[in-house]
Every structure is written in C-alpha cells, then in structure tokens.
Ligand binder design. Sequence first.
Ligand code: PMP
Ligand code: GLU
Length: 396
Amino acid sequence: MSKISDRLNRLSYSQTFVMSNKARDMKAAGIDVISLTLGEPDFDVPQKIKQAAFDAINENYSHYSPVPGFLELRQAVSAKLKRDNDLDYKPSQICVANGAKQSIMNVLLAIVNDGDEVILPAPYWVSYDEMVKLVGGTSVFIETSIDTEFKFTAEQLEKAITPKTKALLYSSPCNPSGSYYTKEELEAIANVVAKYPHVTIISDEIYEFINYEGEHVSIASFPQVYEQTAVINGMSKAFAMTGWRIGYSACPDWLASACDKVQGQMTSGANTVAQRASITALQMDPLELQYMITEFHKRRDLVFELMKDIKGFKCNLPKSAFYFFPDISYFIGKNLNGTEIKDADDFAMFLLENAHVGCVGGVSFGSPECIRFSYAASEDDLREAMKRIKDCVEKF
Ligand code: PMP
Ligand code: GLU
C-alpha cells in the first residue's frame, strides 16, 4: 500500500518545472542549454516597487496581515480593477493570496465537490487539470486547434455544460496559446453561462497587460455573469514579480467569503513585505511598465519570422502573453536519430537533448501535438535557439 495518498498519486508533476529543472541540470553539467521553458519575465522588478519593500521591512510589517490581505492592498486592487477593467469590487470582495496559482486553488476548493465537472478549453495552463484532480473534480475538455487560434466558442461551451458542471476555467490572454478573447467573443460566452446559474466562471487574467493588439476585457464586466465570475490576477507577469508570490481573486460576496475561509486554514494570508510592495506596484501608471511589453512585442515578431522557416513547425502569430505554441504533428510517429516521437513531449525532450533548447511539450496543456516556447528571453538567445532547432530538424 502506498504511503502517499491516492489523491496525490493521481497528480502529475508540473511539466513546466520538470522541463525547466532538466534544462537547469544540463546547464549545471556544463552543457550550453537555452531554456525557453518557464514563463516568467526576464526583467528586474522596477526600483519603486523594490523601495516599497525595503520601506515595509523598516516599518516593521512583520506580523500576520488580515487573512485576505492588508486593507490598503485590497483598496489598491479594487482601484486597479476600476481603472483598467471598469469593474466594481469592494475590498471585502478581494482575497490576496500567494500567487494567482493559490487564488485559483482557493476558488476551486471553495466550489468543487467530488465528481463535479470543470470545463477546461484546451489548450489550458498545465496546473488547471491537476488542480481540478486535487479537489476531487473531473475535467471536461473542449478541443480547439491552431486554425482557430486555439479559441473555443460559445456554442462549444454550451454543448459541454451538464447539470454537474461547476465551473469554466480558462485564461485570456491564454497560456499557452498566446490568444486572447475579444469583447464580442466574451459576451457570447457570458450569455451562455448566464443561462446556467450553477456554473461559475474562473477567469484567469494574469497576462492582461501583455497584449499587443487588442484591448483586454474582463468577462466580469458583463453584468449578466458578475455574480457567477471569479476574476484572477496577480503581480507575477505585469510587474516581473514571479518570486514575490502575490496574486488575488475578485469575487461576488458569496464566493469571496468562502476564499477567505479556505485561506484562513491553509496559509494565513500572503507575505506582508510583498503585499506592501504590491500596493506601490498597483498604483503605478501602466504606461511605466510599457517598456517590458514593447520588448516582448519585438521578440514575438522576431521569433515568428525565424520559426516560420523551421521545417515541420506550423505556427500562428500569438497576439498576447509571451508564448509560441507551434503544432509539430509533422514529427509525430517519426523516428528521429533513433528516438521514437510518440507525442509532443517526446519531441520537446528530443530538442532539449539534440538542439540543447528547452521548451515544454503540449501533453500536459491538453495539446499533445504542440510544444510551448516562452520568448521571455534575450534576443540573442531567441535567435540562437531558433537557429539550433532549424539546423537540428532540417535533416528529418
Ligand atoms: N495563471 C497562468 C495562466 C499562468 O501562466 C501562471 C504562471 N505563473 C499563473 C496563473 C500563476 O501565477 P502566479 O505566479 O501568480 O502564481
Ligand atoms: N506560469 C509559468 C509557466 O507556465 C510559470 C510556471 C508555473 O507556474 O507553472 O511557465
């Protein structure tokens, strides 16, 4: 009998970390690996935010904060949601957690019973399916493809809803596809969900600011689903604060108090110094962060030009976030240099071992024919990585 619980035995390791650890180990062994695995901005935290953290330490913010976060931080989140998303949330509706990852988990723990269904449009972010398993739910997938920018439609959603559906969980802008949903698309989705009051939307908007073409719209801004929506966001992507571990949820009252209850038993709230620094971050004019977006935009265009020329890679131009998610089904079923390629994970491993470029296979994103590259890396590394892959696959 396993000493580890069945619940945990059902779980997989996060593939993003598995691949980034492999790339790190190879580097440590002296191999010149370019890792485009983990999705995290490669910029430093803006100086103002760092200064606010130093000040918080000096001002002795060293005790527990209220479980859902300092009131000043929840006021700053509330003001940000109004300023950027035209959303009305009182501070009591906000729950600050240790990253958006925990915010999503709080909401799932708050609403999912054993056997409940959670709809995940594929491709989805790796942790969604595993989190659903952890809370005893069952994921129901909606299939999409590169030809429609990996986007699901309101019609597909309606077909997937059953009496057991508890939630729809997706990200827009999307990790891994880099697509975002327009106002019209979201309105159509909102209209469907509004017909089914037992369904809650968990709208992960962590890549909100990293959008090169369109305007980010939050689905909670459609009044017909405000009472049915949990908005998830955080500091990791827009402020390059991945290690500071601050995320938040904004929910209708009934769900906000449930998140507070979960968190009060699990973590007692988030790190106080990082919370104080986040107040300063959220009060910054988003234009002050534009330099990062401009840089990501340049890199996206560069990678697109280079990737188009790689044999067997079918790619679209992602409009947001910082990922490419090419379809590499051309290589599936082939034997490359003695390596049997059964799915995209095998191909990702083949690239790591043969081209010394790290990426993440699409199996755990729900797309076993795609691989994900993060282009939050230097231009030199991106150029070199694409050249290595091109040279490596040319002969097959
Ligand atoms: N949602 C998505 C779509 C992500 O890509 C990530 C990755 N960081 C998260 C949530 C979790 O972010 P955090 O660092 O705030 O936990
Ligand atoms: N969100 C990032 C990614 O998808 C960070 C790693 C993780 O949390 O899974 O690569």
